[in-house]
Each structure stands twice: as C-alpha cells, then as structure tokens.
Design a protein around this ligand. Structure first.
Ligand code: UDX
Length: 436
C-alpha cells in the first residue's frame, strides 16, 4: 500500500518506519528541512531501541522516503497518517492547530479519495472537526479515522510490530477494509483490531493512559503507607499483582510518572470532563499525588540532613523519565534537581542517554559526569531517579572508594535490602524498610 505520514516526531517516525517494514511504500513529510535532510542522509533523529535497523533497511530497500513537500507525499498515498503535536494550549486543553492546519493543507491538494488517519492524541470530537475542515475545502470524498497509538518509549518498535490491540474509530466500510488490510500483518498472532466509533476511539487513548497513571499512583500511595506501617511494598505488590484482575504490570512504585504522555493526557481528560460538567475526582487526586511523589526523594534527603543541605553535594544517577529513552520531559529528576539546588545543594548527574536533553533545559545548573562513577566524586550521597540497567549491578567497591559517605536514596528500588545491609549502606528506598 502507499502511505503518507505527516509529521516525523516520535510517533510519526516510528509509525512510518514500522509501516514500511511490512512492505508498504511510505513517504514521511515534515516542515523541518534540516531534520528531513538528516533523515534523507540516513540519520535517525531520536533514540529508540531497534528503530535504527528498520529505518536503514527500509531506506535501502526503497520503501521509506522523506520529503518537505506535502503535495508530493500525499499524491499517490491511499492512506494519510497525521502524527502531529497536540501540545497543551494556554488553558491546558490540547492545541489542535497543527492537526487542523495540516487537514486544511491536505484538503486543498487531494484529487481523489483518501483515508485520513489521526494518530495524534486528540480530544474527543477531533475527527468531526477534521472532517469539517475537509468538507469546507473540497468535494472529494475522504474518510477520517481515529487510530490512537499506544507506543511506549523504549519499546515502541516492538509495540508497533506486535500491538496488544489496534483501535480504529471509523464507521466507513471502505476505510475499514483498507485499515484491516494495513494492520493485518501486525496482529497475525491473534490480537484484536477493534473497530468502534471515532469518539470512543479518541476517548480510549485518554482512558488507557489515565488508568495506568492511576494504577501507578495508587501503588505509590501504598508504598508511602508501607513505610509508615513497616510493611514491604515489594511483597504487597506481588501479593496483589498475582490476582489476574489486578495484574503484575505497572505496579512498581517510584518517584512518580513522567514523560510526554501520562501527565498531559491525565490533565487533558480532567479538562475534557470539566468542560462537560463532570468532576473527574479520581484523576484530580492522581495529578496531585503525582506532583508530591516527584520530590519525595528530596523529602527523604531533607529529613536525613535535618532540613539543612546547604553546601552539600549530591550525585544523581538517572535523568530520563524512564530507562531506554533520552526523553526528559516531565522527568522526576528535573524536579529533584530543582528542589536540591533551591535548598542550597550542588548536584553532579549522569544518565546514559538523557544528558544532552537535560543540558538543553537546565544548562549549568548541575555538573555533568562522563560516567556513573565519576558522578560520585565528593558526593555526600547518591540519589537514583531512573532504573537504567547499568545502575542495577554497579561495582560497589568502586562506589565505596568514591562516595564520601555510604548513603543512597533510591527512587526506583534497585537494590535488595539484604545487599545494602551486607555492604553497610544507609539505604532509603520507596515503600520498603529503611536500612541504616
Ligand atoms: C505511555 C503509555 O504506556 C503508552 O501506551 C502511551 O502510548 C504513551 O504513554 P511512555 O510514556 O513511553 O508510554 O512510558 P511508560 O513505560 O508507560 O511509563 C510512564 C511512566 O510511568 C514513567 O515515568 C515510568 O517510570 C512510570 N511507571 C511505569 C512507574 O512509575 N511504575 C510502573 O510500574 C510503570
């Protein structure tokens, strides 16, 4: 099939590349000339495991192309994916100007029937708005389909190639047939393609992310309570997760959810509810609790140092909002740094992928180490904010030799309490007994 993908951000690029992988001819279009040039020269603009291989293979095989020319991209395309940003506008609601602008541009160029697929996360009712833009500008028939993405950063390629489900909002038979053909190869193991009306499809995305954010937040509160009553959240997690109705995944307590999706989507759903005079109370609490959780490690640090960390120096391992990504948007680490610095401390950080992005946001507010051990030099304590694999089994002899004190505040529960007792550390983690 011939596909166009409008927007080569994270979602667009993964979508375009993975659609080419099953033999489709894909043209990705973006207004950013420098970025398009880079991609034409074989450079992947984001860090995403597994994407490199598919990207290069499909370019070499002549199935994946990049252009800044919208007309060229969509001329022969049967299906046009829109993967454009929907940033929160001034009032917190998703700003649809990119999507509606692109719809207008496309509507003025098309010469024959097209399926317009909305991949971006958009408020309920957006498909209707896009349809209206086409109706205003052209007589040519189009079908507008809602197709939310459920890609997790770090495993996005795997998620795209083997989705748990594909959600498609359309009532058109013609579009249903084309989309079924397109997604067939991705669900051959038997996972469902779920067709529904556009509004349900649009809401599904927000509901899925908000539910997961709620699950994590619930566990974070259980963890906080565990500390107070002397229980171990790991045991509780396994105890409840074994019940299939609850499930084992997304029950890991930590320092709050971050990233480009959960915070934005939870907020957007609360707002959409408000606009429809519904008070979505549970999600309001989720947002509040998550804000608090992001600096819970700093609360622990302040308590340990009796509220005085003026002149103290800390090492921070992990900046990205989660492992296997360089994304630091809404990363708890940034909130931790801010709080430490505000209280008069200095910080040296290390992250395997996220350093450049953090530098872009906070510049010289912290020092950047070349590796995880250098970060420990002269540090009064180590804080851990991201569960990168390289932090899971470090060389403790090296750590002991470098850290000023054997003190760790671990926001991701990387080490067993037994090990920390054996090694003689002060070890303060989330929802587990304090080792001191
Ligand atoms: C999420 C959704 O999972 C995905 O379906 C959607 O399309 C985009 O948003 P992503 O933001 O990449 O994906 O990250 P995810 O792996 O879902 O983690 C989100 C946040 O929750 C991270 O900050 C992570 O650290 C946190 N988390 C996750 C926990 O704190 N505990 C857990 O048990 C799981």
């Amino acid at each position: 099939m011939k596909i166009a993908v409008v927007g080569t951000g994270y979602v667009g690029l993964v979508t375009g590349t993975c659609l080419a992988e099953t033999g489709n001819n894909v043209i990705c279009v973006d207004i950013n000339e420098a970025k398009v040039k880079k991609m034409q020269n074989g450079e992947v603009p984001i860090y995403e495991p597994g994407l490199d291989l598919l990207f290069h293979r499909n370019i070499e095989q002549g199935r994946l192309h990049f252009t800044t020319n919208l007309a060229e991209a969509i001329e022969e395309a049967q299906i046009i994916f829109m993967a454009l940003p929907t940033p929160p506008g001034g009032d917190g609601a998703a700003d649809l100007s990119y999507i509606l602008g692109a719809a207008k541009d496309i509507s003025k160029i098309i010469k024959e029937y097209k399926v317009i697929v909305n991949k971006s996360t958009v408020p309920v009712g957006t498909a209707d708005k896009v349809r209206a833009v086409f109706a205003e500008n052209t007589d040519i028939e189009v079908d507008v389909v809602s197709n939310p993405e459920f890609l997790r950063e770090g495993v996005a390629v795997e998620d795209f190639m083997k989705p748990d489900r594909v959600v498609l909002g359309t009532k058109s038979e013609r579009a249903t047939k084309l989309m079924t053909d397109l997604y067939g190869p991705y669900v051959r193991q038997g996972n469902p393609i779920l067709f529904m009306d556009e509004r349900s499809s649009e809401l599904t995305k927000y509901a899925a992310n908000s539910f997961l954010a709620t699950k994590i937040t619930f566990m974070n509160e259980v963890a906080n309570l565990c500390e107070l009553v002397g229980a171990d959240v790991d045991a509780v997690r396994k105890g409840i997760g074994s019940d299939e109705r609850i499930g084992k995944r997304f029950l890991f307590p930590g320092i709050g959810y971050g990233g480009s999706c959960f915070p934005k989507d939870v907020q957007a759903l609360v707002m959409a509810a408000d606009e429809n005079t519904y008070d979505f109370q549970i999600l309001k609490s989720v947002m509040e609790v998550n804000e608090r959780q992001k600096t819970i490690l700093v609360d622990k640090v302040l308590k340990y140092y009796k509220n005085d960390i003026q002149g103290k120096h800390f090492a921070l391992w992990g900046l990205a909002f989660k492992p296997e990504t360089d994304d630091v948007r809404e990363a708890p680490a940034l909130y931790i740094i801010d709080a430490l610095v505000k209280n008069g401390a200095t910080v040296t950080v290390f992250d395997p992928e996220g350093m450049a992005n953090v530098k872009g946001v906070i510049g010289d507010k912290v020092e950047y180490a070349d590796n995880q051990y250098d970060a420990l030099e002269n540090a009064d304590a180590l804080l851990i904010a991201t569960e990168w694999s390289v932090f899971r089994n470090p060389d403790f002899d090296k750590m002991d030799a470098t850290l000023k004190n054997k003190v760790i505040f671990d926001g991701r529960n990387l080490y067993s309490l037994e090990k920390m007792i054996d090694l003689g550390y002060y070890y303060n983690s989330i929802g587990r007994k304090l080792v001191d």
